[in-house]
Design a binder for this molecule. Structure first.
Ligand code: FES
Length: 343
């Protein structure tokens, strides 16, 4: 049995099977709805149920609160339809044009750039090319069918291998393998491109790029893409880590700051080691943005990294510093642990 879903603003319609998440059905039919984790953890797919009834499956309480639920908000990545629906959600132009593929790839290089970060380079089959938007991610499909998501750190125009930044999560099956047994020429399988985190090029607003840890990866792709396209909007990168070593490609960001007109780089450490002899900014990275730019009403913000950082930035920027809610774009690194408080 299938139901009909209508998007309020555009009037676009699509069909959803009774057991199929609304988001999955939309993407399958080329409708670009926003999403990130697809498992109820990040809140990117949140929208308003205008009419009809859904079953909201388990999700993180930080992605959708009980209060939001009583106001008719829903997470469409983990909601199934029980009737025809009308929904209100911002559509994303562009992502529907990207063909999502399942592809094999070969490990081209593993470069250790910090004690807990590897830059993984992947070679696609000779006759394949992955078209994607800078900022999107891929999902590795592991032998047991589970998946792990990583943002592409290389820009789409880049001709060489796909680049990913992998942080070691001790005890995590996949990253233990990457840091222990994986070697050049190993074969992996992935699906992509996925996600709606990419530069909105139909705006002239100055850009704040906010990253924590390996959240730098998609931000790097966005910056390299903007350079390639000759986009001259002012950009400031705030990159936060605990120690100096967490900013594992700081020299690249410093190089951009020297070479790219209008580009600034603000590194921020929350717990600098005395051995770092750190003279720079300290504290939470999103607070550094607020200190420099207390009025964000004329900006776009692109944030990627730990969910706690992304959530704090979204809350503080939009509630207290004038950033329009629809000018905050984010990709947070959610994991099974983030669903521990699922409701
Ligand atoms: S995409 Fe639905 S909560 Fe992340």
């Amino acid at each position: 049995m299938a139901f009909n879903v209508t998007i309020r603003q555009s009037g676009k319609q699509f069909q959803v099977e009774a057991d199929e998440p609304v988001l999955t059905a939309a993407l399958r039919q080329g409708i670009g709805l926003p999403y990130g984790c697809k498992n109820g953890a990040c809140g990117s797919c949140k929208g308003q149920l205008v009419s009809g009834s859904i079953e909201q499956r388990s999700h993180s309480s930080s992605a959708l609160s009980n209060d939001e639920k009583t106001r008719g908000m829903a997470l469409f990545c983990c909601a199934t339809a029980q009737s025809d629906l009308e929904i209100d959600i911002r559509e994303i132009a562009g992502v529907g044009d990207m063909q999502v593929k399942k592809l094999p790839c070969r490990v081209n290089a593993l470069e250790r750039v910090a004690h807990d970060v590897i830059v993984l380079k992947l070679q696609l089959p000779a006759n394949e090319r992955l078209q994607y938007l800078a900022g999107q991610y891929i999902e590795f499909i592991l032998k047991d069918g589970t998946r792990r998501s990583y943002s592409m750190a290389s820009a789409p125009h880049h001709e060489g291998p796909l680049e990913l930044h992998i942080r070691h999560m001790p005890g995590g099956v996949f990253t233990d393998h990457v840091f222990g047994a994986m070697k050049e020429r190993d074969i992996l399988r992935f699906e992509g491109p996925l996600g709606t985190f990419f530069l909105r090029e139909d705006s002239n607003k100055p850009i704040v790029l906010l990253a924590s840890g390996t959240g730098f990866a998609p931000i790097k792709a966005i910056i390299e893409h903007a350079r390639f396209k000759g986009i001259t909007r002012p950009m400031t990168l705030y990159w936060g880590g605990r120690r100096r070593g967490d900013l594992y490609l700081a020299s690249l960001a410093e190089q951009w700051a020297r070479e790219v007109p209008g580009f600034k780089f603000v590194p921020v450490l929350s717990e600098p080691d005395p051995a770092d002899s750190w003279q720079g900014r300290t504290g939470f990275v999103h607070r550094a943005v607020i200190e420099d730019l207390p009025d964000l009403s004329g900006y776009q913000v692109y944030a990627c990294g730990a969910p706690v950082m992304v959530e704090a930035a979204q809350r503080d920027f939009t509630a207290h510093h004038g950033l329009p809610a629809d000018e905050f774009y984010a990709d947070s690194f959610t994991s099974a642990a983030d669903l521990a408080n699922a409701v």
